[in-house]
Design a protein around this ligand. Sequence first.
Ligand code: ADP
Ligand code: ZN
Length: 433
Amino acid sequence: MFEPEIERMKTDQIRKLQEERFIRQVRYAYENVPMYKKRFREKGITPDDIRKLDDAHKIPFTVKNDLRDHYPYGILAVPLRDVVEMHASSGTTGIPTVVTYTEKDMKVWRRLMARTYAAAGVTSEDIVQNAYGYGLFTGGLGFHYGIQELGAMGVPTATGNTKRQLKMMKDMKTTVLAATPSYALYLGEAAKAEGYDPLNDFNLRIGMFGAEPWSEEARKKIQDTFGLRAHDVYGMSELYGPGVAVECEHQNGLHIWADQFLVEVIDPDTGEVLEEGKKGELVFTMLTREAMPLLRYRTKDLAVIKWEECECGRYHPRIMRIKGRADDMLIVGGVNVFPSQIEHVLMNIEELAGEFFQIVLEGDILDRLYVKAEVEPKFFKSDKYDAAKLKKKVEDELQAVLTLRARVELLPPGSLPRTEGKAKHVIDLRQKA
Ligand code: ADP
Ligand code: ZN
């Protein structure tokens, strides 16, 4: 463990620490961020009304649009001269969300990242190849800072240049790969195409994969390809970046670092706090953030949380895998469809390279759902390949799960665009009324 005195805390110790920090942080946000003072006044509350963790529900939520409304400097609680770094999320859907850090925030983040690596089994002896994008995205630098804090060796390849990426992986004898799961899958495919034998030519033992949802099937595929243990890492730029939660060596849920994050699970429709074990939207309060203190930040990520001892000896609560985002859900002709359901079906059909797929929605009056899927390379070349038969099989299996008929298009291996960052599986071309 990187910080055993924190990581070994029992539930009641964690709760006590959270409560002290929470009460202090609420007052800090109220006194230093005009938006919070205004919101509290509108609700008729003051920090004096927040005396225990159970009072959290009284505090209004913060949402992504609040950050956009406060573009460019976000919800700043300190003078700009105290800010030492900023990052921004992709902003593909409009104004980017900017996040800021003081020196103290950076220290907390670096230590969280080091703890995250260590929980996955990474040590100062490891050689960590960081294939996340460096720059405004928090992934690249976040994983980079953690390597340094832990004292491991960094190979900062960043995303892209896949041939050189593979060469470095072999020549540097990389032991840990940090990348999006989509890129790890692509690296596995590219390695084989370049003539590597991933199990013998590389020295990988641990993978730090996150920043997007991925399936158990994808995990198995990456693990089998490279002979490594694949760990799920969760985070987002609003909450420092990566390093909010990670799977320990038992790979049974992601430990949330509860000394820094208070997590609640709410009903995404009513905003009501749900009891432990119920699936809902994750809401986080950062307990010590200086530059940008967010209270009850709605993530839109859906998951189940468990507070119980883990085999690793940690009591920090676990996210029992992210089930997708609330706004990921597609409504197709009135039927709810999650892209993860489609992925699950495709990954379990051996004649397909199930991780490479695309969902296309079209329609004006009636919605039409298309699923483009690549055929598994060996099967594609074999004389057993019967396109019409396979197409029907995939359509039938999708129908059994989705309860609606999708039109499947089978593609030769390598047809769909590969990604070096997060995968984009859904293309919605419907005319919104
Ligand atoms: P953006 O994508 O807007 O630039 P981020 O890079 O901060 O912002 O992305 C954060 C989001 O990525 C999370 O809210 C979550 O939906 C998703 N995400 C991050 N890590 C994981 C993970 N391990 N599993 C599933 N989803 C994840
Ligand atoms: Zn554990």
